[in-house]
Structure formats: structure tokens, C-alpha cells
Design a protein around this ligand. Structure first.
Ligand code: FE
Ligand code: FE
Length: 170
């Protein structure tokens, strides 16, 4: 393994991690959409799947701009987060309680991405690559919007989950 001894190498490392993370997310989102009961939540997952495909293309453009070959370095963090997402599908039957759990899993994913894209955007700015920084900012904005939308959906879904709980307990 070559040493990461420059900020440029660190940047490439981080981009490869994100490339892996986004690819994992495109495989997970269809399963999450299928597992959701709320039409609004399913739609949000579907829309974000389309956005995520665009984010992968943006990362490929970033690789191109820095003169590197597009390649993924397994993002273990995302693997763990997505595993927790599939666990809730196993643990909760279809319905609003499961939806509330799916939102929790999805927001963990978005927060991971917000942290990671914030980091690479800041490094791109530091090394003076504004074009790359702008591309990463676009994705960062989409992740932020998705997170906020999920918070909104959660307010409705949590209420429905509460009524489901009362029915289940009765
Ligand atoms: Fe993403
Ligand atoms: Fe995302």
C-alpha cells in the first residue's frame, strides 16, 4: 500500500471511499424503497436513487479532473450503516414502525455523506481546485436536501407509527 503522505493523495483516498459508498447506496435504495409502506417515503428513496446515480457520475468527473482513474476503495463505514438498514427490514414487519426505522437508517447514511463530502470539498478548496470543489458542493447540497426531506417525512410517519403501536398493543 503506498503511503498517503500528501493532501492530494488523501483527497484521492477520500474520493475512492465515497465512490464505493455511493455505489453501495445505489444497491441498497431499491430494497429500502421496496420495504417502505409510506408512498411518500418510497418516492423519496426513489428520487434519491436517481440523484445518487448522478452523484456517481459527478465523482467520475472529479477523478477525470484530477487525472486519476475512477476506482472504489471499500467504504466499511457505509457497509455497516447499510447492514443496519437491512436489519430493521428483518426486525420490523411492513408498516409505519418499520418506515420510522428506515428513515433512521437513511438519515444515518445522509449524515455520513454530508460529513464526507464536506471534508473533500474543503480539501479541494484548500488545494485550489475550485471546479472540483463546486462539483462536490452540488452533491453536498443534494444530501442536505434529502436529509431535511426525511426529517419532514419522519414527523408524519412517526405519528402513524404511534397509532400502529397502539393497535399492535391492543
Ligand atoms: Fe450520495
Ligand atoms: Fe445521499
Amino acid at each position: 500500500m503506498p503511503k498517503v503522505d500528501t493532501v492530494e493523495k488523501l483527497f484521492l483516498n477520500e474520493i475512492k471511499d465515497l465512490y464505493s459508498a455511493e455505489k453501495q447506496i445505489t444497491r441498497a435504495l431499491p430494497k429500502m424503497a421496496k420495504a417502505a409502506s409510506s408512498e411518500e417515503l418510497r418516492q423519496a428513496f426513489q428520487t434519491h436513487l436517481e440523484e445518487t446515480r448522478g452523484q456517481i457520475q459527478r465523482l467520475e468527473r472529479v477523478f477525470e479532473l484530477i487525472g486519476a482513474k475512477a476506482s472504489a476503495k471499500t467504504c466499511e463505514g457505509m457497509k455497516g450503516l447499510l447492514e443496519e438498514g437491512s436489519e430493521i427490514i428483518e426486525e420490523a414487519d411492513e408498516g409505519e414502525v418499520r418506515d420510522a426505522g428506515l428513515i433512521g437508517a437513511a438519515q444515518r447514511v445522509e449524515h455520513y455523506e454530508i460529513a464526507a463530502y464536506g471534508t473533500v470539498r474543503a480539501i479541494a478548496q484548500t488545494i485550489g481546485n475550485q471546479e472540483v470543489a463546486d462539483l462536490l458542493q452540488q452533491t453536498l447540497d443534494e444530501e442536505g436536501k434529502t436529509d431535511k426531506l426525511l426529517t419532514k417525512i419522519a414527523m408524519r410517519v412517526n405519528k402513524q407509527a404511534q397509532s400502529q403501536s397502539q393497535r399492535n398493543a391492543a
